[in-house]
Design a protein around this ligand. Structure first.
Ligand code: BGC
Length: 785
């Protein structure tokens, strides 16, 4: 473990004491030395470089080739087939049990390479062990004894293993702007997934979150490529470590390559129209970065981009993914998506044609998942020479390499025996929840609330662990209350702080709202109303909406609460930014909690009562109007065209926003040199001081604005950030290094370009400028102005 310089170590110690975080947090699961401490002050780019660096363990390539040569065509195609758990079992939920005939057909006869998922509930560790052992025992009886690769969606912790540690959902994790924390959460998730005997995690979602209606926005790391890249690479490193064959690591799967998150209707799995320039500027960078960090697999976009379904897109799946991004891992389809080329997308007349298109486009493994059609049809296609053996060998080689890297040939049940749900992991989850909560409004310092306050708590998210967690929690939709462990909701956590006598509660329903007369009556004897609004759980198509506004019943409840004349603190628990324009001005305080998971009730109460200083910052733009859904990096015309009485774009809350209970002052912004030659770097320094009375954390954000460019420049682009913890009166100089690439954008020819000219530099409220000088003619990446 690295040691901190004394002063920083002291500040660190104070902060840890303040948060009451057990020292156990400094240890990674299993007690191994932690590569990064969660409280390091870290420049985002320095983190990215460190976390990208890895030395993949070597696999015995010759042994893989020998195995490949021994395989029959049927065995090879079996490896490319992935089935869901129901194909080898009977029953549902906790009553699921292996069906030996089904298992034999799948693994013994068809030799399937992979099995996935639950049906439909999370299982206990012991149930998983029974499953994995039975599957691998069947594989061991097969001719070549190739182990099966089990895959699962551990989206925010090992959410399909009962008793595991759950973390804030990814959007909340992004709001911490603390990649070290993300990395440590991924380490715990990896260890607890592998403890079940499962070596493959369908995470992280690296789709960029720029369409707020999309029902999977909360599975993303927000709208900005730099922030999402840093967080995504943190997750990959946390899942995979340096050696996938460790018993506490899993293979990451980058989802959903690429463009899935940009449907123009906002509905899941519907068409996106993304010019190549946009795709390259905003949608590809996260995947590129995570591939450089060594991600073992990708899952493909179920939707379509520019009229081409993700699973049929040879250009994106082979030319870009393989040749340009250099990805050499496994590309797995999403759920039933080869069939959907026929049923949904209509680019193939029948499933056989769809299978040919998808395999030739570059799919290595098909998540079929509920029959044997893929294996049967692909066998025919190869026999008819419509799919060459070389394509089959390429796919199977990648799958075998992944199994070898995961250590499955040596021990197909590797990881079984690991522990889950330790107090230290739970404390880490609490810390992440606390750091994610974003204070967006605090009129006349209504927050933090006094310990003696009499509080009325109401709203549908006040007493709901389901809302705190959202989808992918014990079930796909996260919707079964009986599966949740006994953890405090927001209401319970407030009661823990104040005692039952000082807390009144008026229950509310997501659809029906609350008894407004009861709210008005209860408010009479309260000093403050904590109004918890937002969404229940959802993901994918069940989460589609046509209106981003909060449901009317919740808006009515907000107005009724405001009409009591008592100060109202709004707590939003939601996976996407539901509009609050109609009542936001009447709220004294606004906290955005995202989906902070099982420790989220405690974290919200800690922030409400000032036990924790809020340090989350928005990873998305919070819109004000339903038809003005822009991102922070919009074009200047959106902000400046105010002719004819038009209003400029006006977000409810801007990307990067977030208040603290203390205040921060910025000074001494210095850019050196002020002109960047062809090679070399620019250093941007600024001093940030805690000018208030309490300890707190500031997220120092550095943005650039290209003043003139051949493609209309954005208002600003995030280039660096660092989260800085400061005690009252303490100041620190933060230094960032920018290289020439940081000034590049995707030009009209869809290639990155750096153009000479002036750039504004923004750090906090301070601005400066830097000039990019002309590069020598030999620099191919540069374009003449
Ligand atoms: C989702 C994926 C998920 C897969 C397996 C699909 O419906 O789109 O994100 O990994 O199911 O559960």
């Amino acid at each position: 473990m690295t040691t901190a310089p004394p002063r920083r170590a002291f500040a660190l110690a104070c902060w840890l004491l303040l948060l009451c975080i057990p020292a156990a947090l400094a240890q990674s699961p299993g007690g191994a030395a932690a590569p990064f401490r969660t409280t390091d002050v870290s420049d985002s780019q320095a983190f990215l470089v460190r976390a990208t660096r890895h030395t993949p363990a070597r696999v015995d390539a010759a042994a893989i080739e020998r195995l490949l040569r021994r395989m029959t065509l049927k065995e090879k195609i079996g490896q490319m087939t992935q089935l869901e758990i129901g194909m080898i079992s009977d029953g549902v939920d906790a009553n699921i049990h292996v069906n030996p005939e089904k298992l034999h057909k799948a693994v013994g006869e068809y030799g399937v390479g992979s099995i996935l998922n639950v049906k439909d509930e999370a299982l206990t560790l012991e149930q998983w062990h029974g499953y994995i052992r039975a599957i691998q025992a069947e594989a061991a009886k097969s001719r070549l004894k190739i182990p099966v690769l089990y895959g699962i969606d551990s989206i925010h912790g090992a959410n399909y293993v009962k008793g595991s540690t759950l973390f804030p959902q990814p959007l909340g994790m992004a709001a911490t702007w603390n990649p070290e924390l993300a990395l440590k959460s991924a380490e715990v998730t990896a260890a607890e997934t592998r403890a079940a005997g499962i070596p493959w995690n369908f995470s992280p979602v690296l789709d960029i979150g720029r369409q707020p209606l999309w029902p999977r926005l909360w599975e993303t790391y927000g709208e900005d490529p730099h922030l999402a890249k840093v967080m995504g690479v943190a997750m990959v490193r946390g899942y995979q470590g340096n050696d996938l064959a460790s018993p506490d690591r899993v293979a990451a799967c980058l989802k959903h390559y690429v463009g899935y998150s940009g449907p123009y209707s906002g509905h899941d799995r519907t068409p996106a129209l993304l010019p190549e320039k946009t795709l390259r500027e905003y949608y590809l960078p996260t995947f590129r970065a995570a591939i450089e960090a060594g991600a073992a697999s990708v899952m493909i976009n179920s939707g379509e981009v520019n009229g081409v379904p993700g699973h049929a897109d040879h250009n994106l799946l082979t030319t870009v993914l393989r040749k340009e991004l250099g990805f050499d891992g496994v590309a797995v389809s999403d759920w039933e998506d080869i069939k959907k080329l026929v049923t949904h997308h209509r680019v193939a007349a029948d499933e056989k044609e769809a299978t040919r298109i998808a395999v030739m486009a570059g799919i290595d493994m098909s998540m079929v998942p509920s029959d044997y059609s893929f294996a049967d049809l692909l066998l025919q296609l190869v026999q008819e020479r419509k799919v060459p053996m070389s394509r089959i060998d390429e796919a199977v080689r990648r799958i075998l390499v992944m199994k070898a890297r995961l250590g499955l040939f040596k021990d197909p049940a590797l990881g079984i025996g690991g522990a889950i749900g330790s107090p230290a992991s739970r404390a880490l989850s609490l810390q992440a929840a606390r750091e994610s909560i974003t204070l967006l409004k605090n009129e006349r310092n209504v927050l933090p609330l006094a310990r003696q306050a009499r509080v009325l708590v109401t709203g549908p998210t006040a007493d709901s662990l389901i809302a705190l967690n959202n989808g992918w929690t014990y079930t796909w939709q996260g919707d079964r209350p009986q599966l949740y462990p006994g953890r405090p909701t927001i209401l319970a956590a407030i009661k823990q702080k104040l005692g039952d006598a000082n807390v009144a509660h008026v229950p509310a329903d997501f659809q029906k709202g609350a008894d407004l007369a009861a709210v008005t009556a209860a408010a009479q004897s309260a000093d403050v109303i904590v109004l918890c609004l937002g969404e229940s759980s959802y993901t994918e198509t069940p989460g589609n909406i046509d209106d981003l506004s909060l449901p009317e019943s919740q808006q009515r409840l907000a107005s009724a609460a405001a009409a009591t004349g008592k100060p109202v603190v709004l707590v939003l628990v939601e996976g996407r930014p539901r509009l609050i324009r109609s009542f936001a001005d009447a709220m004294a305080g606004i906290l955005l909690a995202y989906n902070p998971s099982n420790e989220g009730g405690t974290a919200v109460a800690d922030v409400l009562f000032g036990d924790v200083d809020p340090s989350g910052r928005l990873p998305i733009t919070y819109p004000r109007y339903p038809n003005a859904l822009l991102t922070y990096d919009r074009k200047l015309a959106e902000d400046t065209d105010t002719s004819f009485g038009q209003k400029a774009f006006n977000a409810q809350f801007e990307f990067g926003a977030g208040l603290s209970y203390t205040s921060f002052a910025y000074s001494n912004l210095a850019v050196t040199p002020t002109s960047l030659p062809a090679t070399g770097t620019v250093t941007v320094k600024a001093t940030v001081r805690n000018s208030g009375q309490r300890a707190g954390a500031e997220v120092v954000q550095l943005y650039l604005r290209d003043r003139v460019a051949s493609v209309t420049p954005s208002v600003r682009r995030l280039k660096r950030f660092a989260k800085v913890w400061l005690s009252p009166g303490e100041s620190r100089e933060v230094a960032f290094t920018l290289a020439r690439d940081d000034f590049s954008f995707i030009g009209a020819d869809n290639r990155p370009v750096v153009e000479p000219g002036e750039f504004d530099v923004f750090v906090g409220p301070l601005t400066s400028m830097v000039t990019i000088t002309r590069a020598p003619a030999s620099n191919q990446k540069e374009k003449k102005p």
